[in-house]
Design a protein around this ligand. Structure first.
Ligand SMILES: Nc1ncnc2c1ncn2[C@@H]1O[C@H](COP(=O)(O)OP(=O)(O)OP(=O)(O)O)[C@@H](O)[C@H]1O
Ligand SMILES: [Mg+2]
Length: 294
């Protein structure tokens, strides 16, 4: 039964996609895990592009073909027949992917058919939160880990991502804005947990829901001086620890990951000292990930 872990941050460009991609590959390659990656980033579809560059060339201008998460929200809005099936694409026969769809940007609870009945409305809001979980539940048996990449913004898609997750992690740079961003992320996780509790109590019937947990922030693009974190980043990491848990392992800023992106390869496949170092860091981060998201 898969563990679902989402990569979220309030700020853009903090390394969510890079972290999600490299941990997914490491889980499969070095720990023999069955992995499904879900791309819910409708702005860039970054991780879809890492796996399938050809799909992302037309991202935004063209519709993604096949059945995506977007259609699952759509089914709810049209009050038509529902099914949890979406298209799952295999990457090099090693990792499965549910690709992103730019139309997910149109997802909002406002489109739900509304009624005069509060309980009916609550039921409908709950179903909206549950869309991604509904899809993943149908395939959870096939995987050890399901990793979800997301867009940097609080939205109704993100709330559904949080609902579906056992754990959330937050890739960050060690700067002042990150501490603020992580507090927002933790706040949104708490909001979803509290909303579910409230809706649950207003409806009869049992709903099995375990609170989504924040597993910690992950330092990305960290800068070192003389083998240790630079003083300012060291201080920011300490500040971050007062906000919530922080992964011990961080990944340093460097050319290895930039090369990996250009070559469309994971950093584990790239040669050179810097790439080797970043590959080691990601392998270490993945071991810690397995402990923090068991
Ligand atoms: N350790 C690193 N060293 C150098 N470059 C890095 C490192 N980590 C990430 N990058 C680069 O930084 C950029 C942003 O990273 P990434 O796309 O993973 O962030 P993101 O949080 O997913 O962004 P968005 O919010 O836009 O989805 C990318 O070009 C990526 O290759
Ligand atoms: Mg991204």
């Amino acid at each position: 039964m898969a563990r679902v872990v989402s990569f979220i941050s309030e700020k853009g460009g903090t390394g969510k996609t890079t972290a999600c991609y490299h941990i997914a590959v490491a889980l499969q390659r070095f720990h023999n895990k069955q992995v499904l990656v879900v791309d819910t980033d409708y702005q860039r579809g970054g991780i879809t592009g890492r796996f399938f560059p050809e799909l992302i060339e037309s991202f935004g201008s063209d519709e993604i073909s096949g059945t995506t998460m977007f259609h699952k929200f759509q089914e709810l809005y049209s009050a038509g027949e529902r099914s949890p099936e979406v298209d799952i694409v295999s990457w090099k026969k090693s990792i499965d992917v549910i690709v992103s769809d730019p139309r997910l940007s149109a997802v909002t609870e406002d489109k739900l058919p509304s009624t005069q009945n509060i309980r009916e409305n609550n039921r409908s809001l709950l179903k909206h939160l549950q869309v991604i979980d509904y899809v993943l539940d149908a395939v959870k048996e096939d995987y050890d880990y399901i990793l979800i990449d997301s867009h940097p913004e609080v939205s109704d898609v993100l709330r559904s991502v949080i609902y579906s997750s056992d754990y959330c992690v937050s890739p960050v740079k060690f700067d002042r804005q990150s501490s603020i961003g992580v507090a927002t992320v933790i706040g949104e996780i708490n909001n979803v947990n509290a909303d579910v509790e409230l809706i649950k109590n207003s409806l009869d019937g049992d709903l099995e829901f375990l609170d989504t947990e924040f597993s910690g922030s992950m330092g990305m693009m960290a800068r070192e001086w003389g083998g240790d974190l630079k003083r300012t980043e060291y201080l920011e990491r300490n500040r971050l620890r007062r906000t919530g848990s922080v992964f011990e392992t961080y990944v340093t800023e460097g050319d290895g990951l930039r090369r990996a992106l250009l070559d469309r390869e994971p950093v584990y496949n790239v040669s050179g000292n810097n790439a080797n170092r970043q590959a080691r860091q990601f392998r270490q981060l993945t071991r810690e990930f397995l402990e923090k998201c068991p």
